[in-house]
Ligand binder design. Structure first.
Ligand SMILES: [Zn+2]
Length: 482
């Protein structure tokens, strides 16, 4: 039977795999560019074929490097890709790796210095849509496996892969997929790489919490058609005015949501967590500088900026439109106006409960002079992995080996729906090892990722499989402490 390698005897093996990465660096970066050229924009129906080609690219690449059962699965939307290598023996841990291969739309295109799907390398960075979020990180996982397979013909752990094409549009197909394909996903722990390092200075991070999300579209309808504001102004309630009046009632001066019951289930930070937040190196002025805003918003009183950025819920208008937006003046009262709004949620808020609370509240705010229509767009649950999870220490050692610095622990402000779904459906806890750069412009023009994070991250992943491979599956399993 397969014995579990002791860390000492495998150290040389790690070095060989790391050397492989170093020797194939330029070839790998060129291949990353090929991957980034594929326009896998999940939100754009015109890109559907390209999204599928991207999924197929991953399947082909998995097959080439020795990952077995590489499969493109049809879903209600874009394909999901899975694959596995399960020959490390029954006592070795099984790790599920999750990343997403879809990307955000690139517009506004005119703000990109180079076209978003023509990667360029400058200043030690790769600029392209998806370089950091999340194709670059997916690619790093494939290369780390390749390094082990090409140098040893095997991996220290059993690995499963779960690559999604709908993350940027709300991950709708994943819950059903997890239910129907549990046999392809079962694992002792999940590693998600869809976040960032602590800073742009090579300090890695382990994420232990994610915010959830709820998202709505509000449409306010007024007169049957656009009407003359001179003729009807003062009599017809302008739906754009009504929309703004309704939205402005949703938050108070501190940005706190005013919807009754919204904060009922918010888990307050413990004293230890607040102390840990306070100990993190964080320069508020540099942060404000980097965003380009004159100063940070006032925000919820009693919480530091860093706490508000990840451990507190938020409210945002993501888009607002209606009426005349062309050149010059056109004096109309528009027939309708609309807004997309969302809130980031924290443990233990239930996104389905929040979706309904806000929908009901918005409908109650609509004046009788207009008709309001509120639709739920998508939602995802928040998640937290306990810091004493048995996978945290080996992951820390792996990151330190790759980056030369110990990781810091952070709760992320973003949302990755799969994390809560894997926990709820299969009891799998997740280690969030993000390798993108925190100022890398995800979801924005001129997205980039540093070559340093790509290289140090790949080395960390090589070490991670070695570290986890030195454990027994039973020692890594931790699903009973919910
Ligand atoms: Zn992402």
């Amino acid at each position: 039977m397969t014995s579990i390698p002791k860390p000492s005897e495998a150290t040389g093996a790690v070095e060989t795999a790391v050397t492989y990465l170093r020797e194939h660096d330029s070839e790998h970066l060129a291949q990353l560019d090929d991957f980034l050229r594929l326009e896998s924009v999940s939100a754009d129906a015109a890109c559907a074929d390209e999204v599928r080609r991207t999924a197929q690219w991953i399947v082909d690449e998995m097959g080439r490097i020795g990952i077995e059962r590489a499969t493109l699965h049809e879903t209600s939307h874009h394909p999901i890709v899975t694959g596995e290598w399960m020959h490390a023996g029954p006592e070795a841990p099984t790790v599920l790796v999750y990343c997403h291969y879809d990307v955000q739309p690139a517009d506004p295109l005119e703000e990109w210095v180079r076209p978003p799907f023509e990667p360029r390398h400058e200043d030690g960075r790769v600029y392209a849509r998806g370089s950091g979020d999340d194709k670059g990180q997916l690619f790093m996982h494939l290369k780390a496996v390749e390094a082990w397979m090409k140098t040893h013909g095997s991996l220290p752990v059993n690995l499963r892969f779960f690559f999604e094409g709908d993350e940027e549009v709300g991950s709708e197909p994943i819950e059903r997929f997890i239910d129907e394909h549990a046999d392809l996903l079962r694992a002792d722990v999940c590693v998600v790489s869809d976040g960032d390092t602590f800073d742009d200075d090579g300090t890695p991070a382990i994420g232990y919490g994610l915010r959830g999300i709820a998202y709505w579209e509000l449409r306010v309808h007024g007169p049957r058609q656009d009407v003359h504001s001179g003729q009807y102004g003062g009599g017809v309630h302008n739906p754009a005015n009504a929309l703004v009046e309704m939205l402005s009632q949703l938050v108070d001066d501190d940005g706190r949501f005013t919807v009754p019951g919204f904060y009922d289930d918010v888990r307050e930070l413990t004293e230890e967590e607040r102390a840990a937040y306070a100990a993190l190196p964080f320069d508020e002025d540099a942060w404000a500088d980097e965003t380009g805003v004159p100063q940070p918003m006032r925000g919820e009183q009693g919480h530091t900026l860093l706490e508000r950025l990840s451990a507190r819920p938020t409210f945002d208008i993501n888009g607002i439109w209606g009426g005349y937006t062309g050149a010059g003046a056109k004096t109309i009262i528009p027939a309708w106006a609309a807004a997309k709004i969302s809130t980031r949620l924290v443990p233990d808020q239930d996104f389905r409960k929040i979706e309904k609370l806000v929908k009901d509240h918005l409908e109650s705010l609509a004046p009788p002079t207009v008709r309001a229509e509120v639709n739920v767009i998508h939602g995802g649950a928040p998640a937290v992995t306990p810091l004493d999870h048995p996978g945290v220490a080996p992951a820390s050692r792996a990151l330190e080996a790759g980056f030369g610095k110990a990781p810091l622990f952070q709760r992320s402000g973003g949302s990755v729906p799969v994390v809560a779904a894997l926990d709820a459906h299969l009891g799998i806890k997740t280690l969030m090892l993000g390798f993108a750069n925190p100022t890398g412009n995800f979801h924005a023009p001129n997205e980039w990722m540093s070559l340093r994070n790509i290289r140090d991250g790949m080395v960390s992943i090589v070490h991670l499989w070695h570290e986890l491979g030195a454990m027994r599956a039973t020692d890594l399993r931790s699903g009973e402490d919910d």
